[in-house]
Write a protein that binds this ligand. Sequence first.
Ligand SMILES: [Zn+2]
Length: 228
Amino acid sequence: MRVSQTIAQIRAEVCDLHAHLTRWGLVTWTAGNVSARVPGEDLLVIKPSGVEYDSLTPESMVVCDLDGTLVEGEHSPSSDTASHAYVYRHMPEVNGVVHTHSPYATAWAALGEPIPCSLTAMADEFGGDIPIGPFALIGSDDIGRGIVETLRGSRSPAVLMRQHGPFTIGPTAKAAVKAAVMCEDVARTMHLARQLGPIDRLPATAVDRLFDRYQNVYGQHLMEESNE
Ligand SMILES: [Zn+2]
């Protein structure tokens, strides 16, 4: 398939995925962004900067190289593009990146506390605590470096960048969006739990078994079903 056709498809996909951010209450005004890697190319597709969610179209999505430099698009790229590009350069298995300031996850980021893994759903999706990344100012590689350093070797697809907010990654852009939705969901539930009393983490052996089952057995089962 020609690269231009692939890019057109990814523009449409990335545009559509932004609807999840508003549907699940993860973003305010123009904050937040989804990006996807263009397979086999040193390119990514990302939301334009400062365009309201209702006005996003596939054509308004922006194509950048993996240094974050604009390649194709009528708008300037999201101000978080350099962070997304850094992740794609250093984590070849990642094909989607999402950033939001979703309120409950960002509240944990403000405290600088990991979200403790005390629910089976957290073990399933995150394989442990949702970790805290370092504090980093926008405008250099520091945010991207903090994301990669925290998530490389972690089972969690989400990191709470300290005093900033969540970044999520995935093998697809949709998986990264799902991780952002699930991250906010468990951040809210664990906030509520903490109001009721002290939190107990799940035992590590239970976390391992849950994560393995959900990521392998359960995933294969779903794949078999969808292939029928
Ligand atoms: Zn941000």
